[in-house]
Design a protein around this ligand. Sequence first.
Ligand SMILES: Cc1ncc(COP(=O)(O)O)c(C=O)c1O
Length: 426
Amino acid sequence: MKEWQSFDEIVRAKGMWLIDSNGYKMVDAVASMWCNVWGHSKQELVRAIATQSKKLQHSSMFNLTNEPAERLADKLVGISPGMYKVFYSDNGSSAMEISFKLAIQYWDNIGEKNKSKIACLENGYHGDTFGAMSVGYVPQFFGKFKKQLFSTIQFPVPNKYRIPKGYTYSDYQNYCLDKIEKQLSKDDKIAAFVMESGAQVAGGVVIYPKYFQKKISQICKKYNVLLVLDEIATGFGRLGSMVQYTEQKSIPDIVAYGKMLTGGYLTMAATLASKKIYDSFLGEFNDWKHLFHGHTYTGNPIAAAVALENLKLYQKYNLIKKIQKTSKVFERYYEEISKLESVGDIRHKGMLMGIELVTDKDKKTPIHPKKSINKIFFEEGKKHGIYLRTLGNIVMLVPPLAISENDLNLLLNRTIKTIRSAQKLF
Ligand SMILES: Cc1ncc(COP(=O)(O)O)c(C=O)c1O
């Protein structure tokens, strides 16, 4: 923390630009923590917030409902094949906590009292609350709380750049899938398999090989384990599809959205469940089958109104098509970025790129400077007019989804300049 005694104050933002109290502009390569879709100050979204605020700013979803939340639920179910009902919360971590509770209680509700274990992938990330830390265990982030976390069954993930010795990429995929299948076939206490959909983001931008998620989905079905997919960072176009699980040909029982749901304008997340899951919660009052879970801001009408407007804009501007086209701009920079002295690997899909920094390209040794990498990149990035963040030894490029080709070119050029000057400081 000593490194961060004072912060730059952002006072305004417009489009892709963050503007600090001195009027200095930085291009937002982080999309305000991966959630910004249209850039800042998008008038339609600002108007949607203002209009709804004048009608109803908040009530409660205990015994009541509200029109924007209802309409949004219909829209979310409409874009999510196999899903039936929506449970709202106000951040991604909570949406994941709800997904774990739904999955565990589903089995209890149908009389399977012992099915309560959670299986997941190593290095997944599902948020910072205790359940989310238990399931998405990243050792550097959560090691201090290990004793308090509940136990999970974790399986390795094939990361093409870091395949263990003696395996090809394809062998290692089979090894991981075999391990999952063996465990699920013999352990009937596993309630759910939880994973990020399409790629692990915070765990190092690990993009799954083709069919990996599909095969896990098939294994789950075969052994009667629920599949819970976390699309908080990867859905809504981040990886190039509106809903990543359809692209991955997988069939979840429960799925969570967050981040881009409101375009990055207000805090809202959603956990969707299939009819099978929902129906198991229907019972007489004394059956105690209902889910004891609720947040103050569950189903907030202003957040729902801006999410609805956001979804409308996805259609109006054909955003998913646009992302697929703009995303190709990243490819033009692969060669130039890979040639940089400290770059070991580039991983890219849709509007997400991870650039892994190493000290030795052959040995793939992660960089470990004395100052935090984050600090170096923040300072060097600022000099080049770009707000950049790293996660571990990985530079994350997660721009607003609607970024223009011009702005993306500018962002990538500034990233290259930043890596060049930063690598002198490692
Ligand atoms: C995949 C994934 N799940 C869950 C979360 C948690 O979301 P929140 O920060 O809104 O709690 C994140 C946040 O980065 C995430 O990347």
